[in-house]
Design a protein around this ligand. Structure first.
Ligand code: SAM
Length: 219
């Protein structure tokens, strides 16, 4: 028995993906196109095992109303939209028309365009256009790291009891351990993680998947 999460070699990660997270042709094309067209930004895309996890979790939770903050070229939005219950809807927030024009093309190809709505603009402002009452079943936060705490504060009151909030990159590739971090994103994530831990509106844990994924359930 081991008490420690394995650190994955490339081969072991490939095994993990091959055993349950293998992308289909559409997702493979999206990953390839993102790498070809946006080589400097491709690292922003979620990992394949995270995509599979998002789809499964969305199904398990019977999600009907979902929000994503940070869409990029569309991998996580496709993963969530594929898991939605019948009649379910995903609203995506992003600031980039360039990145999301690729996402929109793949939503159409996947037959998901009727389930997904895109709202362009800085999420700090556009999130305020959501109804104020608790109505969200699942939210995925994966945009600018310095904005996380503000997005959290907008989102938590809008979650239904039992609703799930997922937050990506909460380990900053290990930089959260830096005793004197110099980059604003890492400082913001350390503060964000501390805040979530003490937020008694939710029960949460930090999953060591990819670059760290917080999963929180609204009381
Ligand atoms: C890490 S990427 C998202 C990756 C995406 N979830 C995926 O699976 O491919 C971050 C995204 O956040 C967007 N973004 C950055 N700042 C933003 C802001 N202030 N408001 C809304 N979106 C923002 C960027 O345009 C980018 O597409």
């Amino acid at each position: 028995m081991t008490k420690q999460t394995l650190s994955l070699s490339d081969d072991l990660l490939a095994y993990v993906v091959a055993n349950g997270s293998e992308p289909d042709d559409l997702v493979r094309d999206l990953i390839d196109e993102t790498a070809r067209v946006l080589p400097a930004d491709q690292g922003m895309q979620i990992a394949q095992e995270q995509a599979a996890f998002l789809t499964l979790l969305t199904k398990i939770a019977g999600v009907r109303t979902a929000v994503e903050i940070g869409t990029f070229t569309g991998l996580s939005s496709i993963a969530i939209a594929r898991g939605l219950a019948d009649g379910g809807r995903l609203t995506c927030f992003d600031i980039s028309d360039e990145f999301t024009s690729i996402a929109r093309r793949y939503w159409k190809r996947a037959g998901l365009e009727d389930r997904i709505e895109l709202r362009l603009g800085p999420a700090a402002q556009t999130l305020a256009t959501l109804p104020a009452e608790p109505h969200l079943d699942l939210v995925f936060i994966d945009a600018d790291k310095t904005g996380y705490l503000g997005y959290w504060q907008e989102i938590v009151p809008r979650m239904r009891p039992g609703g799930l909030i997922l937050v990506d990159n909460v380990l900053r590739h290990g930089r959260v351990l830096d005793p004197d971090p110099s980059d604003a994103a890492t400082i913001a994530i350390i503060e964000f993680n501390r805040f979530v831990l003490r937020d008694d509106r939710v029960e949460s844990m930090l999953l060591p998947i990819a670059d760290g994924l917080t999963i929180a359930r609204r009381h």
